[in-house]
Design a protein around this ligand. Sequence first.
Ligand code: AP5
Length: 216
Amino acid sequence: MKLVLLGPPGAGKGTLANLLKDALQISHISTGDILREEMKNKTSLGQEVKQYIEGGKLVPDEVVTKLIESRFSSNNIAANGYMLDGYPRTKKQAEDLDRILGDSGKLLDYAIYLESSLPVIIQRLTGRRVCRNCGALFHIKNKPPREEGVCDVCKGEVYQRADDNEETIKTRMDVYLKNAKPIVDYYQAQGKLKEVDADKSSQEVLKILMSMFDAS
Ligand code: AP5
């Protein structure tokens, strides 16, 4: 299966990607995770993108597209299928992705659009916590770690992302709303768009998508 996950910040792209990765045995490529790893390791790319991420702005198209291109050209990462999370985020990125995938012979099957309402998004993002070491996702109400501040999976430190404050969430939503429609229209025109109500629990969303894949 070859997928992209679309949807606003906090719609649950990362959460669902972790479930789908196991269910479908495909690679998960998250541009947000890759960029945060670069920031954590204080690489020159990490220093370059920090101001954009912490301000809730988009990193320039050419920077993220280069990352995606190198993932697809190395390690045969997409041999058994893939799922992109957080890319594309602009119509230009969607066009670049088709060019990259066309070259590798691995064109998309579906673009999954996770629809979520603003109150749910705010509640999810302000309560989100992430493991600094392995990236496991938690939520202070929906899915708290067993021991406060400690990751259930690897015992790493659980922290709050710098862009998960109300002011930056608002900027991220504005940026998202400006770019979302052209991407949705792009995949709709290709007949690849599938929409799902992501206000539901992640297990329900998974079930809906798995039955849709089984039926196709
Ligand atoms: P990125 O990391 O991609 O962030 P995002 O799109 O804002 O999405 P989030 O990670 O915030 O949310 P999510 O939908 O994955 O939700 P999650 O599953 O964690 O990007 C960050 C930044 O990097 C961007 O702002 C930009 O600067 C830069 N960037 C990245 N890609 C780029 C690109 N292509 N171009 C340019 N710049 C780029 O869930 C959130 C919380 O809710 C969790 O606590 C979770 O436990 C909970 N939750 C999730 N689903 C459910 C559910 N169904 N029910 C109950 N709780 C749930």
